[in-house]
Write a protein that binds this ligand. Structure first.
Ligand SMILES: NC(=O)c1ccc[n+]([C@@H]2O[C@H](COP(=O)([O-])OP(=O)(O)OC[C@H]3O[C@@H](n4cnc5c(N)ncnc54)[C@H](OP(=O)(O)O)[C@@H]3O)[C@@H](O)[C@H]2O)c1
Length: 245
């Protein structure tokens, strides 16, 4: 069973759908119960197995409760995928402490909370896969997206630390770092960045905008045994747009 947190979003819902299409049972989480119910119904109608657990990734005690409930009802959590974020973009000089803290809370600390809740269970079983969605901004800053980029850089680092700490106990942890992906979120980043960077667009080598399914396929590979020799990696799904190694 794979737990996808942020499954109401563009990328998270594609991840949940793709994993279910490939035969995994999925628990989908986010704050919007109606969106989760619709996703679960769509997956079920296509023959997949999915359930929903409404969750606020900023609520640590409820994350612990949810983890216990999911293990009790499904026996095991084989995989955890974190794919949350807030849409807070804008001029560095105008972003407040409160906005920075909200972004870090809903992504960096949120991922920490789910991993802290699920890891003991994976370690006890001696197996498990974690995939965290970060983003290109964790390696290459975008003017309008510095809080999100800082969260992404932290996600990359923490995931590598967890991979290094727990590989001997059978847990692999990796990051997928998308570049621009066709989604409402990217539309907002582009608008905000256009205002700040005068219309300068991020570079990409491949001449197409990524899709949520492009990201989902990478996640599915990282959760499968086909990636058994990969841990602690940050895998870009960005059309070649990251200018660093
Ligand atoms: N789209 C892109 O171009 C792009 C590029 C690079 C990286 N990324 C990364 O990919 C991930 C997914 O992005 P997306 O495009 O799918 O964004 P999205 O459509 O805005 O989805 C964001 C998700 O985060 C969840 N979320 C936010 N705050 C939450 C909270 N407090 N508790 C629980 N869930 C919360 C939302 O669920 P609820 O609203 O239901 O709570 C939603 O499922 C993010 O980490 C983002 O930074 C996206």
């Amino acid at each position: 069973m794979v737990w996808v947190v942020g499954a109401t979003g563009a990328i998270g819902s594609a991840i949940a759908t793709t994993l279910a299409q490939q035969g995994a049972a999925v628990i989908a989480s986010g704050r919007r119960g109606d969106v989760l119910d619709a996703l679960v119904a769509t997956i079920g109608a296509a023959g997949g197995r999915a359930g929903a657990r409404v969750l606020d990734i900023c609520d640590a005690p409820d994350i612990e409760r949810a983890t216990g409930e999911i293990i009790a009802s499904h026996g095991a959590i084989d995989g955890l995928v974190n794919s949350t974020a807030l849409s807070t973009f804008g001029d560095f000089l105008k972003l407040t402490d409160a906005q920075w803290l909200q972004v870090l809370d809903a992504k960096l600390l949120g991922y920490v909370r789910t991993m802290r809740a699920v890891l003991p269970h994976m370690l006890q079983r001696g197996s498990g896969g974690i995939v965290n969605i970060s983003g290109r901004g964790g390696r290459q800053p975008t003017a309008a997206h510095l809080p999100g980029g800082a969260a992404n850089a932290g996600v990359n680092l923490i995931t590598k630390g967890i991979a290094d700490s727990y590989f001997k106990q059978g847990v692999r942890a990796n990051v997928v770092a998308p570049g621009p992906i066709a989604s409402a979120r990217f539309d907002k980043i582009r608008t905000s960045n256009d205002q700040l960077a005068g219309g300068e667009r991020p570079r990409a080598i491949l001449d197409r905008l990524g899709t949520p399914e492009d990201v989902a396929e990478a996640v599915a590979w990282l959760l499968s045994d086909q990636s058994r020799h990969t841990t602690g990696a940050v895998i870009p799904v960005d059309g070649g747009g990251t200018a660093t190694v």
